[in-house]
Design a protein around this ligand. Structure first.
Ligand SMILES: Nc1ncnc2c1ncn2[C@@H]1O[C@H](COP(=O)(O)OP(=O)(O)OP(=O)(O)O)[C@@H](O)[C@H]1O
Length: 305
């Protein structure tokens, strides 16, 4: 379990994390989301004890991470896959980490195999691609067979096969009862991987809920099928809806909920063949949740504003 309790982190006069509290529970994959500069990496560094908090605390299984005599056995973390000694081989890098954490050498070979680097174990890390470095960083996080994993942008640089591999790995680790926290800006992938989401913006908590509940909070469109599509579209538009005709004669309706559409159709004597609310996608929900707290934003071109 990871507990972030009233955490505040400052850089000079700037508050990067602002009285943030949330708990990452075992048995689930928890996605950590937020716009650029929201404070995700800063929070993760605080969990690792790399920087002292201005206020509050972050605990791993009820203790400060730095207080574990063999930290890699408690929690494995990947923060910056580039931060490794390029002159060493992948095997030497993991063997060195294993030695300093009292982890048997057999784990080094097992982990290299698990992350798909067994064939390049003797090669210098300096010649590795970004995806290979990510796999190595994930291997380092898994080395101590820890009950808790915390990964910052682990999908960066992974190819589609690698993304799928990591999704299945993280889901199986959570199914074994481990605690898994990962950040990513890839919303479609996050929607497939995470059971739970913590969303922050400008260092503050915006949402902490089940993945399904997040998308469900925002009404998406309603799909309507009727033999009198054109007439119904006119009625709905007159009541403020945005209506788009889809292929196959269906209507995609926004700004009116399904119950209201049903009542309007009934009052006009229009028969409905289908009336299906569709939840918002994670990406839509994320954009709506964080639109107030996006620090870095580009202006939209005039044409699409
Ligand atoms: N070492 C540092 N010195 C000064 N300011 C920093 C430092 N690290 C982070 N910040 C600032 O703290 C805020 C939070 O940054 P952080 O990297 O934690 O965000 P993030 O959510 O991980 O962003 P991203 O999605 O872009 O990686 C930002 O405003 C950032 O500029």
């Amino acid at each position: 379990m990871i507990e972030v309790i009233g955490l505040t982190m400052r850089y000079g006069g700037k508050v990067a994390v602002d009285d943030l509290s949330f708990t990452v529970r075992p048995g689930l994959v928890t996605g950590f989301l937020g716009p650029n500069g929201a404070g995700k990496s800063t929070t993760m560094r605080a969990v690792l004890g790399l920087e002292p908090p201005g206020a509050g605390m972050a605990l791993v299984n009820g203790r400060a991470y730095a207080s574990f005599p063999r930290p890699l056995r408690a929690m494995g973390a990947l923060l910056d896959a580039g931060a490794v000694h390029g002159g060493r081989s992948a095997h030497a890098h993991l063997a060195c980490l294993a030695r300093s954490n009292g982890i048997g050498r057999d784990r080094v070979d097992a982990v290299l195999d698990q992350v798909g680097l067994a064939g390049v174990a003797g090669r210098r890390i300096g010649g590795f691609s970004l995806g290979m470095r990510q796999r190595l960083g994930i291997g380092a996080a898994l080395l101590g067979d820890p009950g808790v994993l915390m990964l910052d942008e682990p999908l960066n640089g992974l190819d589609p096969e690698g993304i799928r591999w990591l999704r299945e790995l993280l889901r199986s680790l959570a199914a074994e009862g481990r605690t898994v926290l990962l950040s990513s800006h890839l919303m479609n992938e996050m929607a497939l991987t995470a059971d739970h989401v913590v969303v922050i913006g400008r260092g503050r908590l915006i949402a902490d809920c089940a993945m399904d509940a997040l998308a469900g909070r925002f009404q998406g469109e309603v799909l309507v099928r009727t033999p009198q599509a054109e007439r119904l579209a006119g009625v709905l538009r007159a009541h403020g809806a945005a209506v788009v005709a889809e292929d196959g004669g269906a209507l995609s309706v926004r700004d009116l909920d399904a119950a209201r559409i049903g009542v309007l159709a009934l009052s006009e004597g229009i028969a409905l063949a289908e009336l299906s609310p569709r939840g918002a996608s994670l990406e839509e929900a994320f954009m709506r949740l964080t639109e107030e707290s996006t620090e870095y934003r580009t202006g939209l071109p005039e044409a699409v504003r």
